[in-house]
Each structure stands twice: as C-alpha cells, then as structure tokens.
Design a protein around this ligand. Structure first.
Ligand SMILES: O=C(O)CCC(=O)C(=O)O
Length: 313
C-alpha cells in the first residue's frame, strides 16, 4: 500500500507492513518532529522532558491525594475494580493542573498531527498501581469500536509519565508497527509475550496511535507507576467521557475557548449541536463553530424547559 492522506485530518498513513511484524520501540527523543516521525513509522513515540521535574512532583502528589480522598467516598466514589491497577476517571473537574495537560503544547502538536485540528478530549484519567500484578492486562486497540478497515487514527492516547516506566513496574506492552498491520491482524490480539515494554523516564510523554495493539504490563514490583492519560479523538467519534454532562458548569465557564472546544462545545460540520445550530454554519464542509449552553430547551408547544446547571455543592 502506498502512503495516503486522510482528507479530513490531513494524516498521512505509512505503507502497510506485509504481515504482523513487531518493530523495535523508537528511541526516546527531545525533538518533536522526530516524535511525529516515530508516530508515522511505529505508531508510538516517547517525547522526553515534556514535563519539568517540579510539574512531575506536583502532579504525582496531587494524584496520590486525589486517590486517597476518593477512596473515602466509599460507594459514592468511582468503581475502581479488583485489580491493583487503578484508573481514576474524569480528572476534568479535579483541578486546573490536569486541564493544563489538555492544553499543553505537546498535546496539541501530537493530537493535531494524528487527528487533525478539530480533535476532541475523549477522556482525562489518572493511571496508578496500588500493589503488584502478576500478569499483563488485556492486549487491545483503543479504537476497537471503529471499523478495523480504517487506515488512519480516530483516537490516540497521550500518557504523561509521573514515574519512570520500566518493565518490572508494569510499563505498557506495545507492538510498534501494528498500526500498519494487514486487516486480518487487526481484530484478534497478538500474544502479550510478542510485544515490547516501554522504558521511559518520568516527565516523558508516551503517545500511542489508537490502532496500536497494547496493554498494561505485569507490575511485579508493585511500584506506583503513575501516569495521566489525555485520550483524544477525531471530532466525529463519541467521547469516552460524556463531557457535556460530566463537566461542571464552573469548569466550562472558566475554560479557555480552546478547552471548551476540546470538551465538545464546538460543532463539527453538522455534529455537536445544542438546541440546533444555525444552518449557515453547517454548510462549511468540516467547519467548526462555538456553541453555548442555552438557558432553556424548547419543548412541546414551545414550552421553555430550564437547562439544569451542574455546580459544586
Ligand atoms: O496503563 C498502561 O500501561 C496502558 C493503559 C491502556 O491500555 C489504556 O489506557 O488503553
């Protein structure tokens, strides 16, 4: 297959590999252009020093504090499952320090490269271990819901690492190059043992294309191994977190226009309306325009129905 350009996002797909070849893990780099080239060739990259040491320390401390506080919520807290690998959901309402990662210049550069300029935040989550695990978790492709025949990324996962990632700490098992595998190798996962584990220092940004086979490694040391996932999607994919319901009105009101758009308060072509959007805006192919929460929705016989606001109690 030749390189081909996706019309909506501008993403250029590398030629397909002949079979399910696992390429080496690309070397960590400080150079953004090299990182984007790695995404093209390998479907993953490691961008060094995306966060400063102070940012790493601050975010790691805040994540631990958040986890401890949410545990105390008992049944009101999120469902965290039996595994020692935990994912704290919806960081959007949990502090500006997390939202800053959505607007981080590296996030924008990478998401734009893979998904086009209208990319959305699909979810914002904290990943941490609270003990050892014996085996690797399920190997999967994050865009498993998207038809496997699609030869471009519809999602991408950006992991800001708050601890060094090593194999013994359960770093991610990845199959570099698998975003270029022939279609018959895109549905059933390869054996975890055939993958490579990521080695990268805290402060790095580890990115993987939504088509890349990967999974959480076994954390034999039981190290905390913290990371924040900024999960991004193409503007036509349903967001993992239902942001317009899951985001407090305070966050929306304080958000920059760019952040509001990433959360979904922007149309994309004919999608993403609130109470309908002026038709003139929808005529622009793949165009995009801001939307506002109306004070009321319109019901039968034009009855006005107040829109409930979500605010801190
Ligand atoms: O925690 C990891 O290493 C990988 C997490 C993962 O598989 C995912 O978020 O899709």
């Amino acid at each position: 297959m030749e390189s081909k350009r996706e019309q909506q996002s501008g993403y250029i797909q590398a030629p397909a590999l002949a079979g399910p070849d696992v390429l080496p893990v690309p070397e960590p780099t400080q150079d953004l252009q090299q990182a984007l080239d790695d995404l093209y060739h390998y479907g993953c990259c490691i961008l060094l020093n995306a966060l400063t040491t102070d940012q790493v320390t601050d975010l790691a401390t805040r994540m631990d504090r958040q986890y401890a506080a949410e545990l105390k919520l008992g049944v009101l807290g999120p469902e965290l499952g039996p595994s020692n690998k935990k994912v704290l959901p919806n960081l959007v309402n949990k502090g500006q320090h997390y939202l800053d990662l959505v607007e981080h210049e590296s996030t924008h550069a990478v998401a734009r490269y893979l998904l086009g300029k209208h990319w959305l935040l699909s979810s914002l989550t904290a990943h941490l271990f609270v003990g050892a695990t014996e085996r690797a978790e399920l190997i999967h492709r994050d865009q498993g819901q998207i038809p496997a025949s699609i030869d471009f990324p519809a999602l991408c996962n950006l992991f800001y690492l708050l601890d060094d990632f090593t194999a013994a700490r359960g770093s991610t098992v990845i199959f570099p190059g698998s975003h270029r595998w022939p279609i018959e190798h895109r549905v059933s996962p390869p054996a975890a043992a055939k993958g490579h584990q990521v080695t990268a220092p805290a402060g790095s940004l580890f990115v993987f294309d939504g088509r890349l086979w990967h999974g959480t490694g076994a954390n034999l040391e039981g190290h905390r191994r913290r990371a924040i996932s900024v999960f991004c999607s193409a503007p036509w994919v349903r967001q993992q977190e239902n942001a317009c319901v899951s985001t407090t009105r305070d966050v929306f009101e304080q958000a920059s226009p760019d952040l509001r758009a990433r959360l979904g308060l922007k149309t994309y072509g004919t999608l993403g309306n609130i109470n309908g959007t002026r038709v003139s805006h929808q005529r622009v192919a793949f165009g995009s325009t801001d939307v506002e929460f109306p004070t009321a929705l319109i019901g039968e016989n034009a009855e006005l129905i107040p829109l409930p606001e979500t605010r801190k109690m």
